[in-house]
Design a binder for this molecule. Structure first.
Ligand code: KE4
Length: 427
């Protein structure tokens, strides 16, 4: 039995579904997931000795590729000084100052241990600051697994058909209004029906948890205007897009100033991390300054801070965003050529180093259109790519990520594999 299959069989006896996060399970793909033994740069090596060009990138953190020297050394040096203290540390100040410098809308920031903690804290803060009960989110957007946000959620919840998780009391879910993304009229109607009741809108400015797609021109600006007018907060969930789409995420690219921003992934360099930050008058409502309680034993952990800071500093030093765009454009050009050659009118979306191939010919602008994809085609494409040594997201409801460690040869090999995989779909 292949090593990964044996490990998965053992895992299934002691871990629910054999994984510590559902999207890793390769469910509905009719094969066991492979277990990674090591990773470096753009490549993963499985316990079976197979090597893959990696476009999952641990779901976003590995923007410099796996185990970049600068991050590994920072973690080793931090670890040698101690692992956690439960007191303030210099590196937390350095991280907070870096985040505030790179993302001008963030005047103060609080670190957490995951994106889930960041978004959970941000909506609690929005409710505490405004004194209002309701939150708006968009169908298919995923903001982690806190009760208020596991309503019509994307990512693994969608993959496994549980967008509204069991265990979330109806009374809690009722405080979250779920609207279709890219539809201003739905947002206007929600505010009209709940005057003075909506604390805020939380949105993935570029949704990446139902596949990857983009706001229609003006939609994000509309959200900024209507929240301003209605006295509600605009929360940009940039856990995936932060420091990736631009140095200041999507908000930097669009010149929009949200009231709060949530972050994660990249700022931990692969270690557990999250953060929420924004306007000082709002953030000063957070304990111990204000009445909105929020805490965490390992928040601002010195190793995670050292890893994230080293990653951000290297990204800035090398201006990695230019390379990400160049590699992304090369991949997009090749995929579009492969789709043309295979005479498959499928939809491909990309911004910088984030991309998604949808197995539908419809344009994708929201969860409904993202869900028109043919899962059978997706599965055959995914398995063919894996057999050819390319690891893409094991779900149609995820995003692909390119790192600065990907080479032009990696991209060209990926295009070659995709061309063969797409032609096999026609057979
Ligand atoms: P975490 O709690 O998983 O650190 O972050 C939650 C989260 C919040 N906001 C956005 C926009 C996110 O994409 C995420 C988590 N991303 C998924 C990948 N699509 C996590 C992968 C997983 O659940 O294993």
């Amino acid at each position: 039995m292949p090593v990964s299959e044996d490990l998965f069989a053992r895992a299934c006896r002691v871990i629910p579904g054999g994984v510590n996060s559902p999207v890793r399970a390769f469910r509905k793909l009719e094969r066991a997931p492979f277990f990674v033994a090591s990773a470096h740069g753009s490549h993963l090596v499985s316990e079976d000795g197979c090597e893959y060009i990696d476009y999952v990138g641990t779901w976003g953190p590995a923007i410099l590729g796996h185990a970049p020297d600068c991050v590994v050394q920072a973690v080793q040096q931090a670890a040698a000084r101690g692992l956690s203290y439960g007191t303030p540390t210099r590196v937390e100040v350095d991280m907070a100052e870096t985040v505030c410098r790179l993302v001008p809308s963030i005047q103060k920031v609080r670190m957490t241990n995951s994106g889930t903690e960041a978004t959970m804290s941000a909506i609690r803060l929005a409710r505490g600051f405004t004194g209002r009960p309701l939150i708006i989110k968009f169908a298919g957007c995923y903001h982690g697994h806190s009760d208020s946000l596991l309503v019509a959620a994307g990512s693994g919840a969608l993959t496994h058909g549980e967008p509204d998780s069991a265990g979330v009391p109806r009374e809690v879910a009722a405080l979250t209004l779920v609207l279709p993304y890219n539809q201003p009229e739905a947002v206007r109607r929600a505010f009209a029906e709940h005057p003075g009741q909506i604390a805020g809108i939380i949105v993935e400015p570029y949704p990446g948890n139902a596949g990857f797609y983009l706001p229609r021109p003006g939609f994000l600006e509309f959200l900024r205007d209507i929240t301003e007018k209605e006295g509600a907060l605009l929360i940009f969930d940039e856990v995936m897009t932060g420091f990736r789409i631009s140095p200041a995420g999507v908000q930097g690219k669009h010149g929009i100033t949200p009231d709060l921003t949530t972050l994660g992934k990249i700022i931990g360099g692969g270690l557990p991390v999250g953060a929420f930050g924004g306007r000082q008058d709002i953030m000063d409502c957070v304990s111990p300054l204000g009445a909105v309680y929020q805490a965490g034993t390992l928040s601002g952990n010195p190793l995670a801070m050292a890893a994230g800071l080293a990653q951000l500093q290297e990204l800035e030093r090398t201006q990695g965003w230019q390379r990400l765009e160049s590699l992304g454009a090369r991949l997009e050009e090749g995929i579009r050529r492969a789709l043309h050659d295979a005479r498959l009118p499928l939809t491909f979306k990309r911004s910088g180093s984030m991309f998604c191939l949808f197995f539908t010919s419809q344009d994708v602008v929201d969860l409904q259109t993202a869900s028109t994809g043919d899962f059978g085609m997706f599965r055959r494409f995914f398995l063919s790519m894996l057999e050819q040594g390319v690891f893409t997201a094991p779900s149609p409801y995820e995003t692909g990520f390119i790192s600065t460690a990907h080479s032009e040869d990696d991209i060209d090999a990926t295009i070659h594999a995709a061309t063969r995989a797409l032609l096999s779909l026609r057979a």
